[in-house]
Ligand binder design. Structure first.
Ligand SMILES: [Zn+2]
Length: 431
């Protein structure tokens, strides 16, 4: 309907005027505040020239007082600082709206969405800057919470009413990082930049993701399928310790880790996971069921032939026995097998060692009964949603800062915590 658009535009103009009036009022009463200080003395008044600012309703000017330090020449506009506005940048609300688009789709597409959805014309760089400013604030916020809970002297009392069990699953993937230290810029708008060099070894960084879920939140969708009604995702571009600090902070923030809470850690058998899992005194280590089965497949393919019915039947039986908690019987059976080639002998030995080393993490009947689940599917899907869906699209490369900021924002969005951004002060772009 054309009528809708007409009304929208008419009221947008009125909203913009109302915003301008409010800003003028604020600027008019600003005179009562005392002068800011710098270099140990009050700064001197410079001017009250209007600063342009793009809001969701349209362009406005903020006629705020500008002060200058006579010694170091630094300038300050207290009203802009109070409003969290940077000259020439989108206002707080618009910046948050652009950021939410920019953390869902690539920046150029986000700019197009801003026009279609918000009726605001911006370019991709404006969206990118908004994501950097808000993302930096979000990343610092998350890191501060992590640091707080990692400090032993700040430990809060174990919460009463903590759940009996909590499931923690972790996963990681590599992200292509920028080879060049600086962003490349076009000298003219239509200059075509040469293709980026191939990503070399050492230009990947691992992104690690962890998921926290309560067994009670796994609900039966159908006899075969279970789904999750709630999950909390944490992620970081860093080492395993940083990820586990995040997981711990999130558990503490939510009051999910009491003295009697069993922490069920699901992992794919990577050592870094089990090494860190030891931080939970009451824990249950679970080897991801699908990794266990993948090992069985590796042997079966060699022994019975790729795609053969026998291979399928053999693996199926191993899977059924493992689910029934018969890991020791499976290992005993592996010892009596007669491999038909050197290769299949080696695969069999690897399989037997893997199951023997992990036998205590393969009590799948028990995990199913307790509702812990047996696979790391939840974290794999979360990881894809957080990382792959936005950061691993074709040809994408990331700077360390850019990836860290975007991940921090995506997590707030995907965890249903976007409202937190309302309390965050955007970090000035220069910082
Ligand atoms: Zn100064």
């Amino acid at each position: 309907m054309q009528i809708e658009r007409g009304i929208l535009e008419r009221f947008r103009t009125q909203m913009c005027e109302a915003l301008q009036d409010q800003l003028d009022l604020l600027a008019a009463t600003e005179g009562n505040a005392s002068k800011p200080a710098c270099c140990g003395r009050p700064m001197s008044y410079h001017d009250r020239r209007g600063v342009p600012c793009l809001s969701w309703m349209g362009s406005v000017r903020i006629r705020c007082r500008r002060f200058r330090c006579l010694i170091c020449k630094r300038e300050r506009r207290p009203l802009l600082e109070q409003l969290g506005v940077e000259p020439g940048q989108p206002s707080g609300l618009l910046a948050r709206l652009l950021s939410v688009l920019g953390c869902v789709v690539p920046y150029a597409l986000a700019a197009e969405l801003a026009w279609q959805v918000l009726g605001v014309k911006v370019n991709a760089m404006t969206v990118w800057r908004a994501v950097q400013r808000l993302g930096e604030a979000a990343a610092r916020h998350t890191e501060a919470i992590s640091a707080y809970h990692a400090n032993p002297s700040a430990q809060v009392l174990p919460p009463a009413g903590a759940p009996d069990a909590i499931v923690v699953a972790v996963d990681g993937c590599a992200l292509g990082m920028q080879v060049r230290p600086k962003r490349r810029r076009r000298k003219t708008p239509d200059q075509v930049l040469p293709a980026l060099p191939a990503v070399e070894e050492g230009h990947f960084r691992e992104v690690k993701t962890g998921v926290l879920l309560l067994p009670a939140d796994r609900v039966r969708l159908s006899p075969e399928r279970r789904g999750l009604v709630r999950r909390v995702v944490v992620t970081c571009l860093g080492d395993a310790n940083a990820l586990f600090d995040r997981l711990w902070a999130e558990l503490s923030e939510r009051g999910w880790c009491g003295v009697n809470t069993v922490v069920a850690v699901v992992g794919d058998g990577a050592e870094w996971i089990w090494n860190r899992a030891a931080m939970f005194p009451k824990r249950c280590e679970i080897l991801d069921f699908w990794h266990a089965i993948e090992y069985a497949w590796a042997y079966a393919r060699l022994q019975f032939g790729e795609g053969s019915r026998n291979a399928e039947r053999w693996v199926h039986r191993v899977a059924e026995d493992l689910k029934a908690g018969k890991v020791q019987q499976v290992i005993a059976r592996l010892k009596s097998l007669q491999p038909n080639s050197q290769q299949s002998l080696e695969a069999l030995e690897a399989l037997r060692k893997y199951y023997t080393d992990n036998a205590s993490r393969m009590r799948y009947d028990e995990y199913l009964r307790l509702g812990y689940g047996i696979g790391s599917g939840a974290v794999e899907s979360a990881h894809k949603q957080v990382v792959h869906a936005r950061l691993r699209q074709a040809g994408m490369r990331w700077s360390e800062l850019g990836a860290r900021r975007l991940l921090a924002l995506r997590l707030l969005l995907l965890n249903g915590d976007w409202a937190t951004t309302e309390r965050l002060r955007m970090v000035p772009f220069a910082a």
